[in-house]
Design a binder for this molecule. Structure first.
Ligand SMILES: [Fe+2]
Ligand SMILES: [Fe+2]
Length: 377
């Protein structure tokens, strides 16, 4: 018999851990283990929503309502309307496209975008799950972030499914960020931000640490997810617009819907955090953040698009990054980092709004979303 995994193994009760204490007190019913750990008469006062805070809150984090941040709960409900797995989207045509239709330059773009994304989504998962969630002190915030952690893992599965379906060399693709400096540059920037706030001794009652945390959250929500991811799918959407790699592109459209929510939620958290803590992000630190992000994106675009492909090139990629960055800055309420940047890819927003794409791409994406329509941007 092989060692195949059996779901019903999960159901086997442990033999040495009785669930209840069967000791009978004279005249009283048996007490459960849980009962023994609770006061005989609960004496805790109800939670006051006003006591909740984004960080450093004192209210009991195990009690969901009353909400102080009802919008966070709405994000959770909204996120659950975009539910899919990568197995539901056919990759059959992509296998043919990759091996028989893509030019060398197009394959280079496709592989390197995947190589960057695979690593990025693991970083995004670690950031939210390990560095951010534990600092949140209101459960409605943590619950959306728990969903986000799952979604980042789902995105990683999606890239892995694309890599497997097309038959790319997994080890080579996953290792690429370690050997291609232009991909490594973006990952290293994110890793540095993450490491600064993931220390065990990171105390958010310290104002300098609080500022560092706000800056890191800003980086991940606004730049990493809101700009790099949002704009990061465009090279593959450019292929999709020419009828190529439509399965992979459709997978990325689902991911993009998640990422738009992650970015919008993160921006809301940053705004509330700054207001609650009476904190302003240092303009010089912010300028440095934008400049580093732009330089890294510039180098990355130069590598993945060292040879332009039909309808897309490195210059368009960088210009669109600047345009999206300005939009995100307005949403947070800070100065635009790249005044005058133009929307050189007006089709990108349409691509994010799947409802408009059904006829053009002849996919079933628009019908898959459950519940009401989502407002994306
Ligand atoms: Fe993601
Ligand atoms: Fe994300």
């Amino acid at each position: 018999m092989n060692a195949a995994f059996r779901f019903d193994d999960w159901e086997t009760p442990a033999q040495d851990s009785p669930a209840t204490d069967t000791t009978v007190d004279a005249g009283n019913p048996p007490k459960t283990a849980v009962d023994r750990n609770m006061p005989a008469t609960p004496s805790l006062a109800p939670i006051n929503a006003a006591d909740k805070r984004i960080v450093n809150g004192k209210a009991d984090i195990n009690q969901l309502a009353p909400f102080k941040y009802p919008w966070a709960w709405e994000f959770f409900l909204k996120a659950n309307r975009n539910h899919w797995t990568p197995l539901e989207i056919s990759m059959a045509q992509d296998v043919h496209d990759y091996h028989h239709k893509l030019s060398l330059a197009e394959r280079h773009v496709f592989e390197n975008v995947l190589a960057y994304l695979t690593t990025s989504d693991i970083l995004a998962m670690r950031n939210i799950g390990l560095a951010v969630m534990e600092k949140m002190s209101a459960p409605e915030l943590q619950i959306y972030q728990a969903r986000q952690v799952y979604e980042e893992a789902l995105h990683t599965w999606t890239y892995q499914h694309c890599i497997e379906s097309i038959g790319l060399d997994q080890q080579e693709i996953y290792n690429r960020y370690r050997v291609v400096p232009e991909i490594h540059g973006k990952i290293a920037l994110a890793n540095r931000r993450l490491e600064r706030v993931m220390r065990a001794d990171f105390d958010l009652t310290d104002r300098a640490n609080l500022h560092e945390f706000a800056l890191s959250y800003f980086f991940f929500a606004v730049i990493f997810e809101g700009c790099w991811f949002y704009n990061g799918f465009t090279p593959i959407f450019a292929l999709q617009r020419r009828g190529l790699m439509k399965g992979a592109a459709e997978q990325l459209q689902y991911i993009m819907r998640d990422e738009v929510l992650h970015c919008a939620f993160g921006i809301r958290v940053v705004r509330e955090l700054l207001k609650e803590e009476n904190l302003t992000i240092d303009p010089q630190a912010l300028r440095q953040l934008w400049d580093e992000a732009e330089a890294a994106e510039h180098a990355y675009a130069g590598y993945i698009l060292r040879d332009p492909i039909l309808g897309y090139n490195a210059d368009l990629h960088v210009q669109q990054f600047r345009f999206i960055a300005n939009r995100r800055a307005r949403q947070v309420g800070v100065d635009e980092p790249f005044p005058g940047a133009e929307n050189v890819l007006p089709w990108l927003d349409e691509q994010a709004n799947l409802r408009k794409e059904k006829n053009f791409f002849e996919t079933r994406v628009t019908e898959y979303q459950t519940g009401g329509a989502l407002a994306w941007d």
